[in-house]
Design a protein around this ligand. Structure first.
Ligand SMILES: NC(=O)c1ccc[n+]([C@@H]2O[C@H](COP(=O)([O-])OP(=O)(O)OC[C@H]3O[C@@H](n4cnc5c(N)ncnc54)[C@H](OP(=O)(O)O)[C@@H]3O)[C@@H](O)[C@H]2O)c1
Length: 183
């Protein structure tokens, strides 16, 4: 797995996330959405149905390699067929018909790197936590509401201290803030 350092600093105003797709380099990013109270999952699925955020996730990660935990994959199965997915599970007898299986994060990242130059770490909690030190960017959607749930997004602020861009969707209820954060 190669790391990536862009040669010149990029400022929020000139940052074009799509442009990255043409870079022949490997970059590890994380993508997540979390509520005001930190909740990101409930009962094995998303606690909300927010079309704008789901569309953002699908479009942003389109064509790239996705790395996710077994529970997240179970919720994502219907989309996996048209995506390059690596699932983390410690259970060697598990079978994932539309994804490759890895047994730890390091192995998963190596498999994902074979699939695409751009790797997206897509959760859940333990995998986000472990990838905080490795990922170069965090795409985080802040949902301006509180939800009940059983999975919380880990603390990220000490890892991602640089705001690359911020877009607010105030017409949406609840309000959405799409952040791109760097180190
Ligand atoms: N809001 C968001 O952005 C977002 C993003 C992703 C997920 N979610 C939500 O979060 C929940 C799922 O997250 P979760 O944290 O409960 O579960 P998860 O991380 O998706 O899956 C947990 C499972 O992944 C495997 N796993 C985790 N870390 C591993 C490692 N280091 N090495 C090998 N295998 C590993 C284990 O599978 P085995 O038990 O098979 O060994 C573990 O039981 C769902 O509600 C989902 O909808 C929300």
């Amino acid at each position: 797995m190669e790391g990536c350092i862009l040669s010149a600093p990029i400022h929020a105003t000139e940052y074009d996330p799509n442009r990255q797709k043409h870079f022949p380099i490997k970059m590890i990013r994380m993508i997540a959405a979390c509520a005001h109270n930190g909740v990101m999952g409930a009962g094995g699925t998303l606690p909300w149905k927010i079309a704008e955020d789901w569309k953002y996730f699908l479009e942003t990660t389109h064509g790239d390699a996705l790395l996710m935990g077994r529970r997240s994959y179970e919720d994502f199965t219907e989309y996996a067929q048209s995506r390059k997915v690596v699932v983390l599970s410690r259970n060697p007898s598990k079978k994932f018909p539309h994804a490759q299986q890895a047994h730890n994060l390091k192995e998963g990242l190596a498999m994902a790197a074979e699939l695409s130059s751009n790797i997206w770490v897509c959760g859940g909690r333990e995998i986000y936590q472990e990838a905080m030190v490795l990922a170069e960017e965090l795409y985080l959607t802040l949902i301006d509401a509180e939800y009940e749930g059983d999975v919380y997004f880990p603390k990220w602020k000490k890892f991602f201290t640089r705001e690359i861009s911020r877009k607010e969707l105030t017409s949406n209820q609840p309000k959405l803030t799409f952040l791109i954060l760097g180190k």
